[in-house]
Design a binder for this molecule. Structure first.
Ligand code: GSH
Ligand code: FE2
Length: 344
């Protein structure tokens, strides 16, 4: 079996594959690592056929939907996952054929209701059911310490102790352990009585994951993250440098419009000389009266260079094929000592 582990900010994901048939699968694909999975698959001579999520992640952004679309791979989840973009829903005991490799799903609710572990050859991918020296928490949506107890002591820990444990997270840079080692040394697994285990899990008092709401929103709906939305807009839009804009303004070229898309007060406090003001929130409402000519050259800017990218991408969608965004915003312009104009 081919096995690659990809670590990203405490998250662990995996590329597994069958060398003989070139079939591959990614487990717990993370949006921050999409290009790495495809690069590793190419290096290993694998075609990614499945993108499998062990559960609905609440702390980072699943790349399953995007990779499924980009690669023509099937998105695989446990049966009751809320992800509307899933192609294949597994039940307890179901097996996926990744070429000649067999990947067996074991339903292990507790961290989330839709958690599963995946067993293949001498490995078990435990998601957040079992971590190295820890377990997934049970206080996130659909988590349940009673269920985690049953999943661990009634199911997972009954498997062969020699199985290598590959979890979905490790916050200390460790790569794997074995079920036997975890059974013997994992502090949380020493609470072998149900009531003691459940009480321990209820008392953990962990702070919420940093990206909780955005992760649940995107992973449960297939909607975009803000980073993704901005990256898509940026990919569709050319940029103009601060120097280039300054040069064009000084050359008194009047063949383009500089468009300030910030709110009224920000514009009044200081703007690029000669800029026209049309806040991003009113762009679609006023575009027809303000810009009748779609061949117009428009340079959008905002405070930090993000909202202006969205504005330029919107203008391009509307047919203004020469709309561009300033590379940087008013903040960089001010701090760069470029000329400013203020409303009287
Ligand atoms: N500080 C981390 C927290 C991550 C976290 O809560 N991880 C979950 C997995 S989704 C967990 O179960 N952690 C187990 C633990 O910390 O004991 C973040 O903000 O992302
Ligand atoms: Fe998790």
């Amino acid at each position: 079996m081919i096995l690659e582990q990809i670590a990203s900010n405490g998250c662990l994901s995996y590329l597994i594959g069958c060398a003989e048939t070139c079939a591959g699968a990614v487990i717990d694909a993370n949006q921050a690592q999409i290009d790495r999975y495809t690069a590793l698959a190419a290096k290993d001579g694998l075609k990614i056929k499945y993108v499998i999520d062990t559960h609905t992640h609440a702390d980072h952004f699943s790349a399953a939907k995007q990779m499924g679309e980009a690669l023509g791979a099937k998105v695989v989840v446990f049966r009751d996952s809320p992800a509307p973009y899933a192609d294949v829903r597994l039940d307890d005991g179901d097996m996926l054929a990744v070429g000649k490799l067999r990947v067996k799903a074991m339903h292990t609710p507790g961290h989330t209701r839709d958690s599963m572990c995946l067993v293949t050859e001498d490995c078990v991918f435990t998601g957040d059911t079992l971590l190295i020296g820890g377990t997934g928490r049970t206080d996130l949506p659909t988590g349940d310490p009673e269920q985690l107890y049953d999943s661990l002591f009634g199911k997972l820990l009954k498997l062969d102790g020699a199985l290598k444990v590959y979890p979905a997270h490790d916050y200390k840079g460790r790569t794997h352990s074995t079920l036997g080692e975890e059974r013997a040394n994992n502090p949380r697994l020493q609470k072998k009585e149900r009531a003691a285990f459940v009480a321990m899990m209820r008392e953990l008092n962990l702070s919420a994951p940093t990206h909780l709401t955005e992760a649940l929103r995107t992973n449960m709906s297939g909607g975009k993250t803000i980073v993704q939305l901005l990256a898509d807009a940026a990919a569709a839009t050319p940029f103009l440098s601060l120097d280039e804009l300054n040069h064009r303004i000084s050359a008194r070229g009047n063949d383009f419009i500089v468009l300030d898309v910030r709110e009224k007060d920000a514009f009044a406090a200081g703007h690029v000389p000669g800029a026209k003001h049309l806040p991003r929130g009113q762009l679609e409402l006023r575009v027809n009266e303000e810009f009748p000519d779609p061949t117009l050259r428009i340079v959008c800017y905002c405070e930090f260079g993000k909202v202006s990218t969205l504005a330029a991408a919107t203008l391009r969608d509307l047919g203004f094929s020469r709309a561009v965004a300033l590379d940087g915003g008013m903040k960089a312009w001010r701090e760069g000592g470029f000329p400013m104009e203020r409303d009287a």
